[in-house]
Design a protein around this ligand. Structure first.
Ligand SMILES: O=C(O)C1=C[C@@H](OP(=O)(O)O)[C@@H](O)[C@H](O)C1
Ligand SMILES: C=C(OP(=O)(O)O)C(=O)O
Length: 423
């Protein structure tokens, strides 16, 4: 078994010798970066995006927008992207490969209905297994013609003609990304956009991120309505990723250490910042500032019962933290995460059990009984969040290793290097 390389077949996370005490700089938000890239590509003129996330999911978006005709120039070292907006009337039939990225694909599909040529949208087998049905139905209601070339409601999908916009119904309980993608494309539809929710909504804070980024590029979305209009090029700075930060807040909580994440605080529109509220309920001490958050772990964490429907990317992090508590934890409201990179409920419960722990699946979530994990090589299911979450068990217990650590490249290529900075 190899150590110290995130591209090795498996990676052992060694226990911390001392509780961490320090400040962490996590990379830019995936959700904000991809929205800013989209707005910049739809805006006439030149935008500059700063502190962007450079990872597989954002490269997927940069490549997609280049295919749209935008000029996208990434300075990887400076983490800056210059974007010159695309002329959507200059047609041409294009193919977009969204890799593993749900966000990229669900943001690109509605934008493709603004183009004059056809767009073939596809992704990895993992992405082909994820749902697109509700977004397809809404786009058809908005006047676009689309062909499902694979399984019904799934990629690959070909966009054949443009949307005129207007009213559409949409479900909110499968993925908020469908709505974000429609809102982003909304101002450039001739009739604008007026969406009506047909179910309750999950991952709601991501819609706030969408509206905030749109506003920074000169377009205002009111609720689920957008009037016809144009984006304006902008100079835009991306804040750190709150989901990525959850692993470091979790590390402080489980070790009784103290970790500050710089650049992320009460001023953030990212819902996943509220992961620290969950840690607080478990007994951690949280200091909140406008653009900085500090978590200090307690002598002993306690289990909680929590609904995570709006912050589900941190549910696996919480599952790992729950192992360190002194009473069970129950997570609710997240049945829809079975449709993410993997069935995340099934995967996290299977892996905790593989380590000899007691965990249980429920239709809407999972429960975890605290304990001592046995030495184990965890499967990671080609899911970056499985790897990053289960790494937290390695910080406190010996013999914890992860298969395919390189899967973190989806959103956080330097994750293991940054985790080592806690040592
Ligand atoms: O819009 C976004 O940027 C995202 C929305 C969430 O997805 P769902 O709305 O499918 O829950 C989240 O899980 C994903 O990582 C990013
Ligand atoms: C679900 C995720 O990503 P996406 O939907 O963008 O593939 C994630 O990052 O946890």
């Amino acid at each position: 078994m190899e150590q110290g390389s995130a591209t090795a077949d498996s990676y052992e996370v060694l226990p911390l010798r001392a509780a961490p005490d320090g400040t962490v700089h996590v990379p830019g938000s995936k959700s904000v970066t991809n929205r800013a890239l989209m707005c910049a590509a739809l805006a006439p003129g030149r935008s500059i995006l700063r502190d962007v996330l450079v990872a597989d999911d954002t490269r997927a978006m940069m490549d997609a927008l280049s295919s749209f005709g935008a000029l996208v120039t990434l300075d990887e070292e400076a983490r800056t992207v210059e974007v010159v907006g695309a002329d959507l009337d200059v047609g041409g039939d294009i193919a977009v490969y969204a890799r593993q990225s749900g966000t990229t694909s669900r943001l690109v599909l509605p934008a493709a209905t603004l183009r004059s040529g056809t767009t073939l949208l596809d992704g990895t087998d993992q992405l082909r297994a994820r749902p697109f049905g509700p977004q397809l139905a809404a786009l058809r209601q908005l006047g676009a013609t689309l062909d499902e070339l694979g399984r019904p409601g799934c990629l690959p999908i070909k966009v054949l003609s443009r949307a005129r916009g207007g009213h559409a119904d949409i479900t909110g309980d499968v993925s908020s990304q469908f709505i974000s993608g429609l809102l982003l494309a909304g101002p450039l539809m001739p009739e604008g956009l007026d969406l009506a929710l047909t179910t309750n909504l999950v991952s709601e804070p991501y819609l706030d991120i969408t509206r905030d980024v749109m506003a920074a590029f000169g377009v205002s979305a009111e609720g689920l309505r957008v009037a016809p209009g144009n984006y304006r090029a902008a100079d835009f700075t991306v804040e750190p990723d709150a989901s990525s930060a959850s692993y470091f807040f979790g590390a402080a909580a489980v070790t009784g250490g103290r970790v500050t994440v710089e650049g992320l605080g009460t001023g953030s529109s990212q819902g996943d910042v509220a992961f620290v509220d969950a840690l607080e309920q478990m007994g951690a001490h949280v200091e909140r500032h406008r653009s900085r958050t500090t978590v200090t772990g307690p002598a002993q964490l306690r289990g909680i019962d929590i609904d995570m429907r709006h912050i589900s990317d941190t549910a696996q992090t919480l599952a790992a933290v729950a192992v360190y508590a002194d009473s069970p934890t129950r997570v609710r409201g997240i049945g829809f995460i079975r449709g993410k990179e993997t069935d995340r409920i099934g995967a996290i419960v299977t892996e905790l059990r593989r380590a000899g722990l007691q965990a249980q699946e429920h239709d809407d979530g999972f429960s975890v009984v605290p304990g001592t994990p046995q030495p184990v090589v965890f499967e990671t299911y080609d899911d970056h969040r499985m790897a990053m979450s289960l790494a937290l068990l390695g910080l406190g217990f010996p013999g914890i290793a992860l298969v395919d650590p390189g899967c973190v490249a989806k959103t956080y290529p330097a994750f293991f290097t940054d985790l080592d900075k806690l040592r």
